[in-house]
Ligand binder design. Structure first.
Ligand code: BTN
Length: 303
């Protein structure tokens, strides 16, 4: 049904090959899901407005079918749920009560944001696995640039930033054996229509949201659809040509060529100049004493 189009109950029942009572029951069910459908006596129904939820049937994802999408109004963590489903699948939620971030942090997941986990089994060598989160960040940066014209950049390894503020976080977790990867869980959190004031005060200066950057709310259904298709496309390219995707990463990089500080998991901090990124996602850093090191994880701050 198109918005504002008037369609009679009789026509609906004919087209859908169901009784008039079934039509009425379905209209009622749609209203309960948040669809604003007006009934005009003796003339029919008219869709006035669709709800701002990311219902799977509202998405236009070319690379997955609706039956591969799991949707939740609220969940603890889409990445956690992703452990129980097989590849390929997409787990989507309007909000999370225990969103997981990188390096064991929490990911604040309020209404208005985008939270999903894509479950995939990429055909790549195990040693390239750490690069996957960089591959996903290329997809997100590209989609943000294409849809909204924002100059999205990537802070190593995979934070997507606008004006040096974090707009999207990515958490990739793999399961299986070294010689047989079972699947990866690609968790993506995009700061979309949340109000900046809804973030805890200590985060406000280092995060941004798309609506804050654009001065208007964005269509989360379009964003999710484009992001999921683009992530799958970039992974497919990476499977055959990892260097090509890392070239794209370098084009969007906020880190390369800069003096940076990397906080390692154990708390140690390394300072130096970010020289390059390898096909496996490792960052090559020239330390202040001239030594060249190869980093596979850490938290970067620009100096
Ligand atoms: C980061 O710390 O930058 C990564 C954040 C990843 C958050 C996303 S939101 C959807 C998915 N489910 C989770 O629990 N985490 C990821």
């Amino acid at each position: 049904m198109k918005k504002n189009q008037l369609i009679s109950g009789e026509k609906l029942s004919k087209v859908l090959k169901v009784s008039r009572t079934a039509v009425w029951k379905n209209i009622k069910a749609l209203r309960e899901l948040g669809y604003n459908i007006e009934s005009i006596p003796a003339r029919g129904y008219s869709l006035q407005d669709t709800p701002d939820f990311i219902y799977p049937w509202e998405l236009e994802i070319n690379k997955l079918s609706t039956s591969q999408i799991y949707y939740f109004q609220e969940i603890d963590s889409t990445n956690k749920y992703a452990s129980y489903v097989s590849s390929p699948a997409l787990i989507l939620a309007e909000k999370q009560t225990k969103g997981q971030g990188r390096l064991d942090r929490n990911w604040i997941s309020l209404d208005g944001g985008v939270y999903f986990s894509l479950v995939k089994k990429p055909e790549i060598d195990f040693f390239l696995l750490p690069a996957l989160s960089l591959v996903v960040s290329v997809a997100i940066a590209e989609v943000i640039r294409k849809i909204y014209g924002c100059s999205a950049k990537i802070k190593w390894p995979n934070d997507v930033m606008i004006r040096e503020k974090k707009m999207c976080g990515i958490l990739v977790e793999a399961s299986g054996e070294v010689d047989e990867l079972e699947k990866v869980k690609i968790g993506v959190g995009i700061n979309t229509n949340q109000k900046k004031e809804s973030f805890p005060e200590e985060l406000r200066s280092c995060v941004t949201t798309l609506s804050h950057e654009l001065g208007r709310e964005v269509d989360r259904k379009q964003l999710v659809s484009c992001a999921v298709d683009c992530i799958i496309e970039k992974i497919e390219t990476f499977e055959t040509n990892p260097t090509e995707i890392m070239k794209q990463w370098k084009n969007y990089s906020l880190t390369l060529g800069k003096q940076i500080e990397v906080k390692r998991v154990k708390g140690e901090t390394i300072k130096g100049k970010a020289l390059d990124v390898e096909d496996n996602g490792a960052l090559i850093l020239k330390k202040e004493n001239g030594e060249i090191v190869n980093l596979t994880s850490g938290d970067v701050s620009l100096r």
